[in-house]
Every structure is written in structure tokens, then in C-alpha cells.
Design a protein. Structure first.
Length: 272
């Protein structure tokens, strides 16, 4: 049985999510910070739908106002219910553990046009090796920053991830962030060169994402340095840094391995 979840379902939902903390990190981070009820003006609010067997919650799927879809299930019986929802609903990105996402991808691929299919590694850093770059400065970014910063972030999302936003949309994205979700830009000699952020938070991890380096400046360690800076901040809070990286991105894989990241699981990122 499927049922929309509401704030009064919080104990049941979090009992489920926390016993699957690593695999359900995005769901935990969004629900903890922005609630379960959908507020249309909040990008990371959405519709949470639970799959129940009897009275027991065995799976969760969420469709967010930002356009992405996250899900998790303990029972494979949830897959036909979730796939039908995914065919009916509009979303532009699906992210999750390969063994959970792949069967749903196979079920919807003939009904949803697929733009990109990325096989990724989910990596955890339990042996951090910091990397410093001489002359690098780190700027904490918010929605109140000026046009230079907002324009850089907007261009980074477009060129790096194919996500097109207006300046106002970028400002909203940067404004609706939690306490631990730092967004930083690396600059050198007054030139903006690279960015990264903490994109979701759980009780034991902070996940790094949106890593981007200006194309003509790649190969100089800027992306590695900005990820290293976030790792230091995460570890100072007593948490583990995690990230997801495309398996075909050899330079990034090498840089992250040098920082102490090791693969923990296989992930998929699917853009529609």
C-alpha cells in the first residue's frame, strides 16, 4: 500500500531512514531540515510517499520541488508501485544506490526520456590526507552575495551539471541551506576558480557535491583543494566526509583517493 506521509508520520519515517542512514542520506537531510509537508516555495521540500506492508513502512520515495527524486526501499515489492509513480510524476534527476535505482530505471526507461546515465562511486573518507594550495582563498557563499559570485555559481551548475537556472533561482538555491551545508568558492589572485558544497547532512556524515573547476583551469589542483577544505570542516564536527563521483572521471577519482576517500558502494545518477 502507498500513502502520502505527513508531519505526524515523522517518528515512523525517521525510524525507517535512520536504520538505513548511509543509503538514505539525501532523504534524511531534506526531511530533517525542511520538514515532511510540502511547501511549494522551498526547493528541497517535496511529496513523501511511503510503501507499507501491513502497518510497517518498508520504502520511501520523495519528489522534490527542486526537480529531483530520491528513494529507498527494504522490500523489492515496492518497485512496481514506485515505478508507476515515477512514470506519472515529473522530475529531472534520480539519484541513489545502484541496486535500488537500476531496477526502477529499467521499469521506466521506455516511458521517460533519459538524458544522461552516470555510473558512480559512493566514497567515504576515513583516513583524511589534507591538500593545501599556495595562494588559495576560500569564500563562503550565500544567497546574499553579489552578481560575480551568483554568476559564477550559475555558470558552474550549467557547464558542470547541465542545470540551467536564473540568477534569482541561483540566489534561492544558495539561500535555502542548512547550518552545516557550507558552499565555498576557491579564488586565487582575485579570480574565482572552483566551487564545492556540502549537499546533504546526517548525524554521522556530510556529503560533498557540486564540485566544479573552471574548464581552462583544470588539472591544477583547485578542485582537490576545495574538497580538502570541506573535509577539514566536516571532520572538525566529528563527522565523516562522503561524496559521489562518476566512475569515468579518472582525474577526480585520483584526486579524491589521494585525499583519503575509498569506495563504499555503487551509485547511479540519472538525468531526464
Amino acid at each position: 500500500m502507498l500513502r502520502h506521509l505527513n508531519e505526524w508520520d515523522r517518528p515512523v519515517l525517521f525510524d525507517y531512514l535512520l536504520r538505513n542512514e548511509e543509503e538514505a542520506a539525501f532523504l534524511i537531510g531534506n526531511a530533517e531540515q525542511f520538514g515532511i509537508m510540502n511547501r511549494s516555495n522551498i526547493l528541497r521540500c517535496g511529496d513523501y510517499i511511503g510503501y507499507f506492508e501491513g502497518n510497517i513502512l518498508r520504502g520511501v520515495i520523495a519528489f522534490y520541488n527542486l526537480g529531483n527524486c530520491f528513494l529507498h526501499f527494504e522490500s523489492t515489492e515496492a518497485t512496481p508501485y514506485f515505478s508507476q509513480l515515477m512514470i506519472m510524476r515529473r522530475f529531472n534527476m534520480l539519484i541513489g544506490v545502484d541496486r535500488l535505482i537500476r531496477p526502477l530505471f529499467e521499469a521506466i526507461r521506455h516511458d521517460k526520456p533519459i538524458r544522461e546515465f552516470e555510473e558512480c562511486s559512493y566514497c567515504v573518507n576515513g583516513d583524511f590526507k589534507p591538500f593545501k594550495l599556495e595562494g588559495a582563498e576560500f569564500n563562503d557563499v550565500s544567497g546574499d552575495d553579489g552578481m560575480d559570485i551568483l554568476g559564477f555559481v550559475r555558470k558552474a551548475y550549467l557547464n558542470g551539471f547541465g542545470a540551467e537556472r536564473t540568477i534569482e533561482g541561483t540566489k534561492l538555491l544558495l539561500s535555502q541551506r542548512g547550518k552545516e551545508e557550507e558552499f565555498i568558492i576557491l579564488s586565487k589572485d582575485n579570480k574565482l576558480l572552483a566551487q564545492a558544497c556540502i549537499q546533504t547532512v546526517t548525524g554521522s556524515t556530510n556529503q560533498i557535491g557540486a564540485v566544479y573547476t573552471v574548464e581552462e583551469e583544470r588539472g591544477k589542483g583547485y578542485g582537490k583543494a576545495v574538497v580538502s577544505e570541506l573535509c577539514e570542516r566536516i571532520i572538525s564536527r566529528g563527522k565523516l566526509p562522503t561524496l559521489i563521483v562518476n566512475k569515468q572521471n579518472t582525474p577526480a577519482l585520483s584526486a579524491y583517493k589521494a585525499l583519503g576517500f575509498d569506495q563504499r558502494d555503487d551509485y547511479l545518477i540519472i538525468r531526464l
